[in-house]
Write a protein that binds this ligand. Structure first.
Ligand code: G6P
Length: 367
């Protein structure tokens, strides 16, 4: 059984470790061989004439869409609405002229996402799907389907599909920024250069495994865990909390760092670890003050960040995990790795069934 798991104990770990390779495949598929331009044909969908995106998905795919919202709005100046599919389909939102519906699904079979796609199609808007299974229902029914090239994902908790969804979105963001003239040639080249670094940086990120395991073993003893992130790292806080809940059964919540004082700070005590996903960026100063609020109340901060930010954060931090320096654009993809590893090692420490967690299904084809 270890052979099909590539020598790993669990499919989840195998799939985490595959990320540099499969993300590389996304870039090979959708960039020119030199990596200096986007080579992804969207069969007539032109971002220059699109006014708005409406992204719809469930679970981890939804969080990939949430990162994409930050990217499309920032780099392509394209407004994005985002919904979980079960809300979208019954809310029956109106679509402004020029809306493109974007449906994200690893399996391509999630019942709510499929129903949401059918609703959008019925309303006459154009639809684009990001899927991992080319022959799936969602791939077939969308106007255009883009493969995320993750390869078969066996573990119920999604890992490599998430980073491949992000890498595919990143390519779409560059394409949109270019088509809409939101970035000049230099700006586009900068994003592409960042993307080309992704496979190598993902390999470096995997080296945090030992440090994360130590932290995860301590976290596995607690009952509640908070995850904080700001801006494009906020969806990673949500994803980190989701992964931990799914496989270790610890109660975890992801929050935007700035919302800490509006509720979750009431939960903070010595027993509640607070995982802060915060590379050095324009908002890091603000995150430092959020961490101080936590530490002042006896909270234990696990800071996942780069060397520069960790030095700035001071030594009251409970534990720090040093990630490689990376261009801002790709940081959400990179920080998926420690979030996944933290959940994985907490689950192993607790002795749960990592690949087949209780009550969850890989693909939810019923409502
Ligand atoms: C289930 C899985 C999750 C997944 C979600 C959406 O809940 O357990 O890992 O993120 O469905 O699945 P999809 O196949 O549509 O991406």
């Amino acid at each position: 059984a270890r052979i099909e798991k590539g020598g790993h104990r669990h499919f989840m770990m195998k799939e985490i470790a595959e990320q540099p390779t499969v993300v590389g495949k996304v870039l090979d598929a959708y960039l020119t061989p030199e990596g200096d331009a986007v080579a992804l044909d969207l069969e007539g969908i032109d971002f220059a004439s699109i006014q708005r995106l409406s992204i719809v998905a469930c679970g981890t795919a939804y969080y990939a869409g949430l990162v994409a919202k930050y990217w499309f709005e920032r780099y392509a100046r394209l407004p994005v609405d985002i919904d979980v599919a079960s809300e979208f389909r019954y809310r029956e939102p109106p679509f402004p002229e020029g809306t493109l519906g974007v449906f994200v699904s690893q399996s391509g079979e999630t019942a709510d996402t499929l129903a949401a796609l059918r609703f959008a199609t019925g309303e006459g808007i154009r639809t684009l799907a990001l899927v991992n299974v080319p022959e799936s229902s969602i791939a077939r029914e969308a106007d255009v389907a883009v493969q995320i090239h993750a390869g078969p994902e066996i573990a119920v908790a999604s890992t490599k599909a998430f980073t491949c969804q992000l890498a595919t979105f990143a390519v779409l963001v560059v394409k949109a920024a270019q088509a809409r003239g939101a970035l000049d040639a230099g700006g586009v080249a900068e994003l592409l250069a960042a993307l080309r670094k992704l496979p190598g940086l993902l390999s470096h990120a995997l080296a945090v495994d030992d440090a994360i395991r130590t932290a995860a073993e301590a976290i596995a003893e607690s009952h509640d865990v908070l995850f904080l992130g700001r801006g494009q790292m906020f969806p990673l806080a949500l994803e980190g909390a989701l992964k931990l809940k799914e496989i270790s059964y610890l109660h975890a919540e992801g929050y935007p760092s700035g919302e800490l004082k509006h509720g979750p700070i009431a939960l903070v005590d010595k027993a509640t670890p607070v995982v802060v996903l915060a590379p050095h960026d324009g908002l890091f100063e603000k995150t430092v003050s959020n961490m101080q609020e936590v530490m002042a109340r006896g909270g234990r901060v696990l800071l996942i960040s780069d060397a520069r930010a960790i030095a700035q954060a001071g030594d009251e931090v409970w534990q720090a995990i040093t990630m490689p320096d990376a261009p801002e654009f790709i940081q959400p993809v990179l920080y998926a790795v420690p979030a996944q590893l933290l959940a994985y090692h907490a689950a192993v420490a607790k002795g749960t069934d990592v690949d087949q967690p209780r009550n969850l299904a890989k693909s939810v084809t019923v409502e």
